[in-house]
Write a protein that binds this ligand. Structure first.
Ligand code: HBI
Ligand code: FE
Length: 277
């Protein structure tokens, strides 16, 4: 691990991040500490009730099957209980973290099929938008789709290979791939309706509708090189959404990708504008 927990905890405190980073183990994980009160359980149920109104209609079937299999709607999930079910399906498990952790340990967890999930939940007055990813974004957004075998494989490969890009100065390029798939990915199989699976969409009431239903959303057929060259902004609706034909396509494209060649070719070029790709 490059950065120590103490140094990172100091940085996070300076940025005003909410989690208790001093409690971290060297791999930046913590205990879930299942000590949520009734008010927090109510926030969880409110968020799930509102969001499932939309995901039942707009989320891909694999995501919905994941929610049903893992059972996370009635109350705040117990990470170890859900890990047992998730491990049976695709070998993934959940580890608790206090929030965003450095990229290198994050990739290492993914490479070992461990998904880091934040152990604190937003407050009632933050229902619609929260700056930092909280447990609702991480768990409700990211975890259910990890039951989909090809996407689960992609996420492990991503963890294994992201370091290759970073070593060559391609951190922005490799982060875009995560952003436009794991966070804001859309999917439309042949002869099937357009659906969403990205966690940023699964956990956002307004943007999920916009991305799937709005005529103003700019939707682009998935092309991995274009994705890795296209910039993005984090605090507004995306100006481009990339549409996969299948999860298999994502896994195959990434498996076949010459990361070093692509990074060397484009890392010093201006990024593509999402509005015009
Ligand atoms: N840490 N806990 C957590 N969750 C993330 O999604 C996350 C992270 N650290 C880095 C990071 N994501 C991004 O840089 C990814 O693109 C790697
Ligand atoms: Fe996320």
């Amino acid at each position: 691990m490059e950065i120590s927990v103490q140094d990172y905890a100091r940085e996070c405190a300076k940025q005003g991040l909410r989690g208790d980073y001093l409690a971290c183990r060297p791999d930046f994980t913590v205990e879930q500490a299942y000590d949520y009160d009734d008010a927090q359980q109510k926030v969880w149920r409110t968020l799930c009730d509102r969001q499932t109104e939309l995901t039942s209609r707009l989320a891909h079937k694999s995501y919905l099957d994941g929610v049903a299999t893992l059972g996370l709607l009635e109350q705040i999930p117990d990470f170890d209980e859900v890990s047992d079910k998730l491990r049976e399906r695709t070998g993934w498990e959940i580890v608790a973290v206090p929030g965003l952790i450095p990229a290198e340990p994050f990739f290492d967890h993914l490479a070992n099929r461990r998904f880091p999930v934040t152990n604190w939940l937003r407050r009632e007055d933050e229902l619609d938008y929260i700056v930092e990813p909280d447990m609702f974004h991480d768990f409700f957004g990211h975890v259910p789709i990890l039951t989909q075998p090809e996407f689960a494989d992609f996420m492990q490969m991503y963890g294994e290979r992201a370091g290759e890009a970073i070593a060559l100065g391609g951190d922005e390029m490799i982060t875009r791939l995560y952003w436009y798939t794991s966070e804001f990915g859309l999917i439309q199989g042949p002869g099937e309706p357009l659906k969403a699976f990205g966690a940023g969409l699964m956990s956002s009431y307004s943007e999920l509708q916009f991305a799937v239903e709005s005529a103003d959303a700019h939707r682009v057929p998935f092309d991995i090189e274009t994705v890795m060259r296209t910039s993005y902004e984090i605090d507004k609706f995306q100006r481009a959404y990339f549409v996969l034909p299948s999860f298999e396509t994502l896994r195959e494209a990434f498996g076949a990708l010459d990361i070093a060649g692509l990074v060397r070719r484009f890392k010093d070029e201006p990024p593509l504008d999402p509005a015009t790709v």
